[in-house]
Ligand binder design. Sequence first.
Ligand SMILES: [Zn+2]
Length: 276
Amino acid sequence: MIVSKILTQNIFQGMRYVNKAIRLILTKFERFYYRIGNRKKCYVCQRTFRRFTKYQGGFIKMPKIVEMLKIIGSDPDNFGCAYCSAYDRERHLFMYFDKLDLWNKMKGAKILHFSPENNLAKKITSQNPEEYVKANFNPRDESIKKIDLTDVPYSDSTFDFLIANHILEHIPEYKLAMREIFRVLKNGGAAILQTPFSKLIETNFEVKNIDSNATRTFLYGQFDHLRVFSERHFFQDLKDAGFELQIKKNSELFTEQDCIYYGVNSNEDLIMVIKN
Ligand SMILES: [Zn+2]
C-alpha cells in the first residue's frame, strides 16, 4: 500500500518535471521562431523580427466580452517584443512621445510615473527631470515608492507630468484617483491616462463585490480589471475631475502601416489630460 502510494507520488512528480521541461523548450523555440524574419519592428529596441509574442494565446483566446464590447486596449496578438519584451502599450507611448515631442516636457520637470515600464523609465531618466518618482501600489523593488493613487502623499500642484498607463481599470475608487491626479499636478501639467474602454456602452459596466478572478475575467476581460469603462462615461469623469481633454488621435499621427509594422493598436488614441 505504502509502496504503491510512494510510486504514484513519484510518477506524478516526474510528469510535472517533464511537463515543465516541455513548456520551457516550446517557449524557447517559439521565441527563436518569432525572431526569424523582418516583418515587424519593435519601436523601443529597434530590432526587426517575424512577429510579436501573444498575450495569453492572443485575441482568439480572449474572453468573449472583449470582442462583444470591442474593448479598445492592448493588442493581444502583438503584445511583447521578441527581444526586449516591451509591451505594445509601452511601445505605443514611445511612438506618441516621439511624435508629439513630449520628452521635451520632461526635461527639468517633476514627474510621477505609476507602475513604471522599464524602457520608458530609462528614457525618462535620460531627459534629466528635476524629480522622477516611480510608484506602485505593490512595488517590486526599492527604487519604486509605495503609493496609492487614491491617496498620493504629495502636496497640491507638485508634478508637471504624470503617467498611469493602463492603471485606472485596476482601481476600485478610480474617480478618487482622477481627483488625486488633478490635485498633485501643477497648473498646465499633463497626465497620460491610457485605459481600456468600449465605445459601445453608454455607462461603465461594473458589478460590485466580485471576489472571483474567473468571474472578473468573464465580465471584464481580465482577472484584475474591475470594470469595463464606457468611453463616454470615462471622458466625462475626467472632465468632472477638472481636466481638459487633449486626446491625440492615432489616425492623425500614424499610418495603419506604421501600426501593423510596430505592432500597436491603431484604435488606441493617446489619452492626455491637462490641468488648466
Ligand atoms: Zn524590443
